[in-house]
Write a protein that binds this ligand. Structure first.
Ligand SMILES: [Zn+2]
Length: 266
């Protein structure tokens, strides 16, 4: 038992020492413990699971509308890869994007995103989380907590089994909490910034992102974690988005001048 735990602790410290320093698109330092391939695989598996759990929309109009917006944004992405967009028939005020190129949009979101520009703001924001490798950061944080758990187990060797079990349960609860944590405020701000630029490049009006998050704030009662947890109605977020406009409006105008005028309708 002791040997096995020691091996785990060694593995954990090796994972720590092999951690390279990364920088996010906005220059924030990141700790990323997983490879792109590993993250893509995790994204793939999660998406397959969600498709089984949720009801995939059979409404051709809703699906075409969401695809029209998503495709316009995907065309603007720095690296070309295959993306899959799925519309879910659900009242939830929700959307997400996963590593490996997966986008999920819930029809309930249309209550807050009342036109193509606003829905583009959400899709751009979600893709922003993927481009900035926020999933990797979250999972890496969880991995570190579990490394801490293994080391703690060794530190508790002198305790009686029951005491050890109790301590491990408390630590385990902490780990679960860490994994369930929503994106941080810094990650949200970063995604807002990337999303605003992406939507502008695709020819969607980035000023509509402000209205979107205002609508979201009004409707967020009962919203699921990703869109609710990060206090979207906060005046800070709205103010940050207003400050962003000076940067993204010119991008939007040149996109329009270049003939990028998406016309996605439901
Ligand atoms: Zn977000």
């Amino acid at each position: 038992m002791r040997i096995k735990l020691l091996a785990l602790a060694l593995g954990a410290s090796m994972a720590l020492s092999s951690c390279a320093t990364h920088t996010s698109p906005t220059g924030r330092g990141q700790m990323l413990l997983f490879s792109e391939a590993q993250m893509n695989q995790m994204g793939e598996q999660s998406f397959e699971q969600i498709k089984k759990q949720e009801k995939v929309s059979t409404d051709p109009k809703a699906t075409a509308y969401v695809n029209c917006i998503a495709n316009a944004i995907i065309k603007e992405l720095p690296t070309q890869q295959q993306w899959e967009t799925v519309t879910f028939d659900s009242e939830q005020l929700n959307a997400f994007a996963l590593p490996g190129g997966h986008i999920g949009v819930y029809t309930g979101l249309m209550k807050a995103a009342t036109n193509q520009h606003q829905l583009a703001a959400v899709i751009g924001h979600e893709i922003g989380h993927v481009l900035a490798r926020h999933g990797n950061e979250q999972v890496s944080r969880g991995q570190l907590s579990s490394a801490g758990l293994q080391i703690a187990n060794i530190a508790l060797q002198g305790q009686t089994p029951v005491e050890r079990e109790m301590a491990m349960t408390a630590l385990g609860a902490g780990l679960q909490l860490g994994l369930m944590l929503p994106f941080s405020r810094a990650q949200e701000t970063e995604s807002d910034e990337i999303g605003a630029e992406l939507m502008a490049r695709a020819g969607f009006n980035p000023a509509e992102a402000i209205t979107l998050w205002e609508n979201m704030g009004k409707l967020s009662g009962g919203a699921p974690p990703e869109l609710l947890s990060t206090h979207p109605s906060s005046s800070t977020r709205i103010q940050d988005l207003r400050n962003l406009q000076a940067k993204v409006q010119p991008i939007y105008e040149s996109a329009r001048a270049a003939g990028k005028r998406p016309n996605c309708k439901i």
